[in-house]
Ligand binder design. Sequence first.
Ligand code: ARG
Length: 459
Amino acid sequence: MMALWAGRFKKEIDENVNAFNSSLSFDARMYKQDIMGSQAHAKMLEKQGIISASNLKEILDGLDKILHDLENGDLLFDPTAEDIHMFIESELTKLYPESGKKLHTARSRNDQVALDLRLYTRDEMLAIKQMLINIIEVIIEQASHHTETIMCGYTHLQRAQPITFAHHLMAYAEMFYRDITRIDDCYERMNVSPLGSGALATTTYSIDRNFVAEQLAMKDITYNSMDGVSDRDYAIEFASALALIMMHLSRFSEEMILWCSWEFKYIELDDAYATGSSIMPQKKNPDIAELVRGKSARVIGDVSTLLTMMKGLPLAYNKDMQEDKEALFDAIDTVKLCLPVFTDMLKTMKVNTEKMREFAAKGFINATDCADYLVKHGKAFRDAYKTTGELVAYCIDHDLVLETLPLDIYQQHDQAFEESIYEAISLDTCVMNRKVDGGPSPVAVLKSIQIMKEKVGAL
Ligand code: ARG
């Protein structure tokens, strides 16, 4: 296809150079946004008296037809086109030569691509936000069944203190909620129109940039044309928000992988969300969780690609910036691939509450509560801590746990111990008494679930 910029050139572009230069293979996905942006631009040109009403009608009809034909497969992307912008403009010009040639008045591909990518990002932000709402709802649903399910909480992956499974799950709801708010923040900065920035220095036509922004439901315009065409901060911010989502999913995946190992057996994945081994008949592998954990690396890499690509660029537009799309699209695609499948895996998992309780009963995770018992009986915390440490050592030597340690041994270490110690260190008491806001007790978790429901409901 002959380039639309061919006038200055005496030779056609080399075939390999054309292929090297072309972004169509990856920017074709922005066809809807390109058409939307062009229609808003054309309406503005007509309103300002720059093109006629009949030009506008042909441009709008032609672009509608291109959209329709692309969607039902009657029009195929021409792989020799330089990019999606050139492809759509030349298709329009084939349909309506006179009007089509006027569309690019007072516009450059630099502000056009800057606009298209913002519009594309906007749609994807909304789609991913909905996926995050879905995963939070599934977490809430699972957590609601397990507000009384006692499990062992870990630090350093060593048994630490008793918690409830609901509390553990709801930690992830908090993370995904923050991810939503990060996307919302980024959306606000992104949703402004750079159209009218031109190549870098606007235009001499009397255009109405705010009219275009309004047409596209963008809340403002950009106020520096050089920044308008060369700002990709929003893409980097969004990719960073996506990397954080993947980091959260990856941590969750790691726990799911641990929990469904034979060593833990806290959960069992539904057969539809696990895979077998080609050689070991006993295996049920958590491939989905492993892949999600693995794919987080891609998105973290995409952020690095974008930052590195941008960091040395002089103002304003440089062709390097064409490389923004594949990295951003990969980050978006990866998150959109991982979130729904992970959500369904979570929804269908079975929880082994007995196993969780059994493990919680070993490992001295009530030792802090034993020390606290002494504090509540007038001892200083550091002394109580030391006494409890000695009791734990005694138990380990004698193959006991704090629950089975005889009262006389307790009393040999500190006279303050009474029969009530057994009640104080029972797992149920340890959990029930942690009713501070943000804590693991059923009462506290139910409150945090309620607050999360309200926050998600208000989105
Ligand atoms: N395909 C280009 C990109 O994605 C569009 C803008 C090209 N502008 C230019 N003057 N070559 O960045």
